[in-house]
Design a protein around this ligand. Structure first.
Ligand SMILES: Cc1cc2nc3c(=O)[nH]c(=O)nc-3n(C[C@H](O)[C@H](O)[C@H](O)COP(=O)(O)OP(=O)(O)OC[C@H]3O[C@@H](n4cnc5c(N)ncnc54)[C@H](O)[C@@H]3O)c2cc1C
Length: 295
C-alpha cells in the first residue's frame, strides 16, 4: 500500500490528477457486503489512486472504520485511508487506534476534529483529549509512519465565528504540525475553491496538494440536508433547478452527474492536483463523471 504523499508526488511528475473516493462504513452486514463486493469492484474499473473511509460521521460507528479499511486493502489491493476524529477520545484512545492501524498495514490517516454531537453547537474535548485537529496531526506525525491528510473548507468552517479567512489561517497550524495534503469540504461554486487555494498559496505561503471534494448530487432532500449540516451553499441556478426537479431522484441524479462533470472539468483545467469524490457508497454517478472526464 502507498503513502498518499508519494501518490501525489508521482502523479505530479506524470502530470495527472489523483483520483480518490470516499466511503462511509455501512450500518449492516448486508451493507458491508454490498460495499465490498459490489460498489468497490465497480469503482475499481476507474483505477482510483486511493479511497478513504469516514469515522463516526453521520451516525456511523467508529469501530467499523478500521475493519473496512483493512478489508479494502486486503481484498482489493487499493490503498485505503482511515479518517480519525478527536470526538469522545482521550489521547490514549487515539494512540490505541493508531497502534491498531499500524498493525493493520494502514499508512494514511485523515486527521479531523469531528463535529459536536447533534443538538450541541460547541465542540467540547473530553478530559485528556484534543480540542483541535492540529493536535491530532502532531500526535500522528510523532509515529513517523503515516501520511496525513486534513480537512479544508472553501467557504470557511461553519463554526468559525471569525469568518472564512480566520478559519483558513487555522489550516496553517495543521500543515505546520505535519499534514501532507488537504481534502476539501463539498462545494458547488468553483470560485470559492479558487479563492481558498490562492489564499493558502499566496497569503499563508503553504505548498501542498489541495484536492477539491466533489459530491455528485443524488437527491434534492439529501443535498439540502448535507449543505445545511456543513454550511456549504447551493448556487442560485442549482437551487432553481432543484426546485423544478423536486423529488424526481432520477432526474436530479442526471443533473448531478452533469453538474459535477462541468465542475470537475473546470477544476482540472485550473490545475487541481486531484479530485476527491463523495460517492455516498454508490458507484453509478462517480463512474459516469470520471468517464465523462476521460480520466
Ligand atoms: C474531507 C472531509 C472529511 C471528513 N470526514 C469526517 C469523518 O470521517 N468523521 C467526522 O466526524 N467528520 C468528518 N468531517 C467533518 C469534520 O470533522 C468537521 O467539519 C469538524 O467540525 C471540523 O474538523 P476539522 O478537522 O477541520 O477541525 P479543526 O481543524 O480542529 O477546526 C475546527 C474549528 O476550530 C477552528 N480552529 C482550528 N484551529 C484553531 C485554533 N488553533 N484556535 C482557534 N480555533 C481553531 C477552525 O477554524 C474550525 O472552526 C470531514 C470533513 C471533511 C472536509
Amino acid at each position: 500500500m502507498d503513502y498518499i504523499g508519494d501518490i501525489h508526488r508521482r502523479a505530479e511528475q506524470a502530470k495527472r490528477p489523483v483520483i480518490s473516493i470516499e466511503f462511509f462504513p455501512p450500518k449492516t452486514e448486508k451493507g458491508d457486503a454490498s460495499l465490498l463486493n459490489k460498489t468497490i469492484p465497480n469503482l475499481m474499473g476507474l483505477k482510483p489512486d486511493y479511497c478513504s473511509v469516514t469515522y463516526g460521521a453521520g451516525g456511523s460507528t467508529q469501530g467499523k472504520t478500521l475493519k473496512i479499511v483493512r478489508e479494502i486493502q486486503e481484498t482489493h489491493g487499493l490503498t485505503a485511508m482511515s479518517h480519525l476524529t478527536c470526538v469522545d477520545s482521550t489521547v490514549d484512545d487515539l494512540r490505541a487506534y493508531l497502534d491498531q492501524a499500524c498493525d493493520a498495514g494502514i499508512k494514511n490517516i485523515l486527521a479531523l476534529r469531528g463535529d459536536p454531537p447533534s443538538g450541541t453547537s460547541e465542540f467540547t474535548a473530553v478530559e485528556g483529549g484534543f480540542t483541535y485537529s492540529y493536535q491530532l496531526v502532531e500526535l500522528i506525525r510523532s509515529y513517523g509512519s503515516f501520511s496525513i491528510g486534513v480537512a479544508g473548507f472553501p467557504e470557511g468552517h461553519i463554526a468559525c465565528r471569525g469568518g472564512k479567512h480566520i478559519d483558513w489561517q487555522h489550516l496553517k497550524s495543521k500543515v505546520d504540525a505535519g499534514a501532507d495534503f488537504v481534502l476539501t469540504q463539498l462545494f458547488f461554486n468553483n470560485d470559492d475553491f479558487f479563492e481558498f487555494r490562492d489564499y493558502i498559496a499566496n497569503e499563508l505561503h503553504l505548498d501542498l496538494p489541495i484536492c477539491p471534494g466533489i459530491l455528485p448530487i443524488l437527491s434534492t432532500a439529501q443535498i439540502r440536508r448535507f449543505t445545511e449540516l456543513c454550511g456549504a451553499s447551493i448556487p442560485q441556478d442549482m437551487a432553481a433547478k432543484l426546485e423544478v426537479l423536486k423529488d424526481d431522484d432520477e432526474a436530479v441524479m442526471e443533473y448531478g452527474i452533469d453538474y459535477a462533470t462541468q465542475q470537475c472539468r473546470a477544476l482540472l483545467e485550473a490545475g487541481v492536483p486531484g479530485l476527491h469524490f463523495y460517492c455516498l457508497n454508490k458507484s453509478y454517478s462517480t463512474t459516469r463523471v470520471v468517464k465523462n472526464l476521460g480520466l
